[in-house]
Design a protein around this ligand. Structure first.
Ligand SMILES: NC(=O)C1=CN([C@@H]2O[C@H](COP(=O)(O)OP(=O)(O)OC[C@H]3O[C@@H](n4cnc5c(N)ncnc54)[C@H](OP(=O)(O)O)[C@@H]3O)[C@@H](O)[C@H]2O)[C@H](O)CC1
Ligand SMILES: [K+]
Length: 482
């Protein structure tokens, strides 16, 4: 069936370019609904927000289409409404556009938006080849799994267009968790409206989103607990500083000294003034510019000038590994715990430690820690938060969707290159984090700076690198971030 709507009396106006009102804000669906409700309360109309969203999307789609045919799949809710507004705006600009609407608009705003589009509306996708496919089927209002028929429609439309753009989130993605079925199509661009959603930075959806961009619709900063950590400039050393003031880091080694050497190297290149390698073992790769301290660990850690400690890479779990971890926790200094230190950590060990501690678990270590501290959660985000609350530590949960949990707060990160998934990558990250902890004295800042430096080093070193190459690339990465 094909039908053309008669032109409506609604005017479609072009929006002026907008600056982002709250660029790092991430809102769950419930928080987004609250933010919307507050805006309506203050006199902003729902229609105004939809206009901003649809026009903002049309700006991106028009560029992507380069004047070629756009197909917009519109659903029954306000996500579909955004799609109709975008369709009308594109048509007004002279971009050839048609709408596929397998379900009639249901909400008041979606009906109103549909009435503004006087172009071609189909209820099927047969023969819908074109340049850009726009998915405006479901957004944050997804209430249940997408039916097989609609999934097939999404897949067919994706396959018959050169580029695919998702409005707010790809249909079928849970905006709060990023959970989605494997067989959803992948997009080239996802446009988030008003604020980021957790799904833009965490969960299986990450593999589907393509490039993500925020379309501002003037949602103010709600002061929520979820934020995107954006790379900020690092501070260069003060004029009157010296090697100790710039941060003395103790890198505590263990049974496998090679790993802690790599941690020490990354630490030295990430801006620490002085790195001491506390190891009972020698290693042929020990560089001449790294000071080794093989005094009994309690004594070595008694140096007042130490401003941060890192333990875990190459620690092992046997022999004196636990005693070494106990010595670190007893030293009362800010510390980064990674790898085997996380495997050995128990509530009893943390009990008398009130120093700021950063835990840097990967998925497996996070699961073990949750078990040890008797907490759980359905998603990585919930597990990291629960662990942060149970331990009082900051938890940097590493992986493709690295996130930082501190108390009630969560920081998300733009995913780094997949080449970072290489053995030793975590040892390098731990070293960088310890350096930034020594330099800044701030757990959250240190963890965020470490993630950005690590990601940038990976970008600099390119594809197929080893952890040693990654550690060396921390040097140019630091230079770029000053
Ligand atoms: N947040 C803002 O400030 C703005 C958001 N905008 C856009 O609005 C959507 C959210 O719109 P909403 O209407 O709440 O929800 P959706 O459009 O995502 O979907 C709801 C409709 O879809 C039906 N539904 C849900 N799941 C399914 C499914 N699996 N299969 C079939 N139908 C489904 C649901 O029907 P029910 O039967 O469950 O009642 C609804 O009809 C947001 O993502 C933004 O794109 C504004 O435009 C701008 C302001
Ligand atoms: K969508």
């Amino acid at each position: 069936m094909t039908h053309s709507k008669s032109p409506s009396s609604e005017t479609v106006t072009a929006s002026p370019p907008r600056a982002n009102s709250a660029p790092g804000q991430i809102l769950t669906t419930a928080q987004m609904r609250d933010a919307e409700a507050a805006l309506y309360e203050s006199g902003v109309e729902e229609w105004t927000l939809m206009q901003r969203a649809g026009h903002g999307a049309a700006d991106w789609i028009a560029r992507a289409s380069a004047g070629n045919l756009v197909t917009i799949l519109c659903g029954p809710g306000n996500n579909g409404g955004d799609g109709y507004v975008a369709a009308a705006a594109l048509k007004a600009r002279g971009v050839p556009v048609r709408v596929v609407a397998p379900i009639e608009p249901k909400t008041e705003q979606a009906k109103r938006a549909a009435a503004t589009f006087d172009g071609e509306v189909l209820d099927h996708a047969a023969g819908s080849h074109g340049a850009v496919f726009v998915d405006a089927l479901f957004g944050i209002g997804l209430a249940r799994p997408v039916s097989d028929d609609l999934r097939r429609l999404l897949t067919d439309l994706r396959a018959s267009h050169s580029l695919a753009v998702a409005l707010d989130v790809p249909s079928g993605v849970d905006a709060d968790t990023g959970a989605c079925p494997d067989d959803l199509p992948s997009y080239d661009l996802t446009l988030s409206f008003g604020a980021w959603k957790p799904a833009h930075f965490t969960g299986d959806a990450l593999a589907k989103l393509g490039v993500v961009r925020l379309v501002d619709i003037d949602v103010p900063d709600c002061g929520g607990n979820l934020r995107l950590s954006e790379p900020a400039r690092l501070a260069a050393p003060d004029f009157a500083t010296h090697k100790y003031r710039r941060g003395l880091v103790a890198v505590v080694g263990g049974a496998m000294p090679g790993a802690s050497l790599m941690t020490a190297r990354a630490c030295a290149l990430a801006g620490a003034g002085y790195v001491k390698w506390m190891s009972d073992h020698d290693h042929p790769g020990h560089p001449p510019d790294l000071v080794k301290d093989d005094a009994p660990l309690d004594d070595a850690l008694g140096d007042d000038r130490i401003s941060a400690i890192v333990i875990g890479p190459g620690l092992g779990r046997e022999d004196d590994a636990q005693a070494r971890l106990e010595a670190v926790l007893a030293a009362g200094k800010p510390a980064v715990l990674d790898a085997d230190a996380l495997n050995l950590l128990t509530p009893a060990l943390l009990e008398s430690c009130d120093a700021p501690i950063l835990l840097t678990p990967h998925e497996g270590e996070l699961a073990r820690l949750c078990e040890a501290f008797e907490v759980d959660g359905e998603t990585k985000r919930e597990r990291a938060s629960a662990l942060a609350k149970a331990t009082g530590c900051a938890v940097l949960a590493k992986g493709a969707d690295t996130l930082l949990a501190v108390g009630e707060d969560l920081r998300f990160f733009t995913p780094a290159t997949r080449w970072l998934s290489v053995a030793g990558s975590g040892d390098v990250l731990a070293g960088i984090a310890a350096a930034r902890l020594a330099v800044t004295g701030d757990l959250v800042q240190a963890a965020c700076e470490a993630v950005h430096l690590h990601g940038r080093a990976a970008r600099i070193v390119g594809a197929g690198f080893t952890a040693t190459m990654l550690a060396e690339a921390v040097h140019p990465a630091l230079g770029q971030m000053l």
